[in-house]
Design a protein around this ligand. Sequence first.
Ligand code: SF4
Ligand code: SF4
Length: 137
Amino acid sequence: MKKKIALIFPPEITDKPLITELVKHHNIVVNILKASISGGKQGKMTLELSGKDSDVEKALEYLSKENLEVIVYTDSVIRYEEQCVECGACVGVCPSKALTMSAPDYLLKFDMELCVLCGHCVKACPVRAITFFDDEA
Ligand code: SF4
Ligand code: SF4
C-alpha cells in the first residue's frame, strides 16, 4: 500500500525523529516529496509511505497519536474540470508527467499515482482549475 500524507508540525516537536521511527519500527519506506521545516517553527512535510497494508495502517495510527496534524490525501490534487480551458499550462510545468495532454482529443489527463505534490500546476493554472486537497479545508 502507498499513502501520500502531509504532517503539520507544531514548533515544539520539529526535532522529534518521526521519520526514523517510521522506517525503523514500522517497516515503512518513506519518500519525502516536500519539506519546509526548521527548528522551533511550525513545519510541514509531504511524504509518501510505502509498505504492507497493516504496517502503513499502524504507522498512521502511530502518527495520529503524536502531537501533530496528519492529513491523508485521498486525492493528490483536485481538478475543477468544468473550469479547465485545456490550455496546457500545467502540463508544461509538471515534473512527473502526472498531467498530460495528447492527441487525438488534447484533453487534460491526471494520473494521481505519478503526482509528487510539487504544486507547480496550482501556480501555473490561469483559471484556478487545480488546487491541493488540504487547501480546501
Ligand atoms: S502537483 Fe506537481 S506533480 Fe502533481 S500534478 Fe501538479 S505539477 Fe504535476
Ligand atoms: S493550466 Fe488550468 S486551465 Fe490550463 S489545462 Fe491545466 S488545469 Fe486546465
